[in-house]
Structures are given as C-alpha cells and as structure tokens.
Design a protein around this ligand. Sequence first.
Ligand code: GLU
Length: 465
Amino acid sequence: MKTTPVRTRFAPSPTGFLHLGGARTALFSWAFARHFGGTFILRVEDTDLERSTPEAVQAILDGMAWLGLAPDEGPFYQMQHMDRYREVVARMLAEGTAYHCYSSPQEVEAMRELARTLGRKPRYDGTWRPEPGKTLPPIPGERKPVVRFRSPREGATSWTDLVKGQISFDNSELDDLVIARPDGTPTYNFCVVVDDWDMRITHVLRGDDHVNNTPRQITILRALGAPVPEYGHVPMILGPDGEKLSKRHGAVSVMEYDRDGYLPEAMVNYLARLGWSHGDDELFSREQLVEWFDPAHLSKSAAQWDPKKLNWVNAHYIKQSDDATLAGLIAPRVVSRGGDPGAADLASVVRLLKDRAETLEQLADGAMLFCGRFDGPAAELASQHLTEPARRALASFAEGAAGIDWTRESISALIKSVLASHGLKMPQLAIPLRVAVAGTTQTPAIDAVLEILGRKNVLARLAAA
Ligand code: GLU
C-alpha cells in the first residue's frame, strides 16, 4: 500500500500562452491531486531565457486562475533554483555519476555524423567518459567543459505508464546527456529531475511528447538515489481534421475562449472529457470530476477537438447559470458593443435569451435588442411591414397598452384582443410590432420582449414608427 501523499505538478514553459493541451495537462494534474487528497504544484520552467517572457508567465497564471486551477504550492520558478541545480551537478561530479566532457561541438557533430554513416543512432562516443582502467585524453587548456551524465549502458529503463502501460528503452540507446553547459547553466531535463525530486513529486502527468525524456529523467533520478515518480503520458489533442491541434484550427489559447464567451465551468468539463471519461457522462461538475478522476480512465488514443460539442457543453452551463451572474458577465460585452447595460433589466434579458445561447457573445448580441441604441426601423422594412392595416392594429395596441398592467400575461391578452377585433392572425400583428419596436422581424416571444422593453419605450417607438 502506498502511503506517500500524492503530489503532482504542472510545469509549463512560459513561451506563449496557456494553450489547450497545457490547460488539459494542468487540469488532469489538479484533478488527480484533488482526487487523492494530495497537493498540486505549479512550476514555471523559465530557464529558456530566449523564449520565456513575463507576459507568457502572466498568461499561464491568468489561464489557470480563469479555469479555477489554483495551485496548492507555487508558482515556483526554475530560474530561482539555479544554485540548487549547480549544487546537484557538483555532487554528481564528485560521486562519479557525471563527468566533464571537453569535446567541442564540432567534434560531437563529427561523432554523430560518423555514427549515422555506420547506420547507428547519432550519439556522443564517450571520449571523456571515465571507465575503470581508461586513460582520458589530456585536457585542452583553453576549453570550458560541458558536464555529461554518465548514463548506464547495460540493461533497460522501463516504467509502467499510467496511460500507456509498459514502456521500455534500452539503455544502450540513451546518450550521455549534457546536464550543464560550458557556462555552468543546467539543461532542461536536468532541471526537471532536480525539481521533481526536491518537490517530492509522486505523479507526473504530461503530454506524450515527453515520453522520450522520461528514460533520461528516470536514469538521472536513480543515479541520485532519488525516488522515481509514476508517469502518465497523455496523448495529444487533434484538430477536427485529425491533424495536431494548432492555430489553423482556430483558437488555441485558453483565454481566447474567455474572450469568445465560454464559461470556465464549460471549459473544464469539456477539457476533462478530452482524453478521460467516466462511463458515458458528458456533463459533470468540478466536484464530480474530482470525485471520479482516476488515471485508469485516461485514454490511450488521441482526443479530437470538437467545437460543436464544446458549444453544446457551454450552452448547458449558460442555461444552468443564474440570471444575475450571467447579467454581470454580459454587461461588459454589451458595453463593448456600444450598448447600455442599464437600459433594461439585464437579468430579465438573460432569462429570456439564455436557453438559446451557446456563448456569452451570442447572449450579448441578443441583449443589444434591449440595450442598443434604436433609431427606428429601416425604411425598406417599414414600408414592407408597416402597411395601413398593420398600422391600424398597432394603433389599437398602443391605445390598449396605456392602460394595462405591464406584464407578459396582460400584454399577451391585449395582443389577442387586438387580433380578434381586427380579424388578424398572430404574425400580422407580431411582425409589425417587432419591426416597429425593434427594427427586425425576428425576436424572442414578442410579449416577453415588450415587457422587458418597458411601456414607455414601447409607446415611444410605436409613436415614432
Ligand atoms: N516544461 C515542459 C513543457 O511545457 C513540461 C515538462 C514536464 O511536464 O515534465 O512542455
């Protein structure tokens, strides 16, 4: 029985934004930790100074905050651990699990080329690797060495992947990895190893583009006498066309989905189903996800991004959200459309529209009927629909409207009585009403629209039409 408390980490490289694949990895690591009552750690892998930017760090923090994936520990930054990496390099040199290599980059390239021409895997030939009884070449005075890991040559490095099952690499295939550059800076795989060790990570969930790094990391951990975490490599996300998901498929940054009107609950639900399942359940809360999240149901095959399904999930969460919350979410979107969120009771507006909206953007578009500036119907629409018989019916409606309770029920009753007295069918009044008060032939139920617009507005618009 394993008694070590579960500790997972999300370890993004801050070189762009939080993309969908990264967000899903973060979500899985978070849900896994939560499920087992463990700790979720955020570690920013910012050692690539040329590609890492503060904006990208912020984008990751924003994306995680938006999704509600708060780390229990961190964010930690690898750049702040440099002394520790150097200390471990020094220890490995002292213990003989790492060695100085003075081969020049040109020499290493030539070794690789030679291996290629011999039909072998390109690799470092071990010139500077110490072996019992071997005499090393004289040290070239002017050259600064790299530090290489003395990788085991015999046997194999294997692990039981939480997602993919048994994976094994022959150690003869693993090169003696450079762990520190001539200027002493540690390299990528080495920093990951030291941090996973120091942070006592028990489970690493990450994209399967890292499978080839895992045997290198395991062999270094073993050389350090450090515990080896369990690994789970999640297949990538494919676009709807079956190709690797990329910009060409539309938005790939999580925050673009915020901008486009998706709710974080919907995003979390949808992302969780990309590569993980709980029976046939498609809709589940964050709490259910945590309760159900077991690595046994992570899928071995690549998941496909399906914008239609995401919209369906988002529509569900919009429908479920309470009106006041939705009103608060769409108010700024109404403002950015030039509308006035105070022009109507926004909670009533969203109550009317939310059953048919797939995104907050659609909801805001719909709200403009009530919050946008109205200058009367276009001339063409007016001449087509505001005919003499229609105007007579509108006049009766306006007359009656002055003296009723302004509720949907009374408005509906008034419409029916005008229809009866003018011998008209519903569309013969409803469409002119829409054109006159909203400048369009299509709106949600006209009685509800009129109620929200308010008597004053309605009468003014009818008078002006
Ligand atoms: N920093 C790596 C990346 O963003 C992830 C490293 C890891 O999860 O081990 O791809």
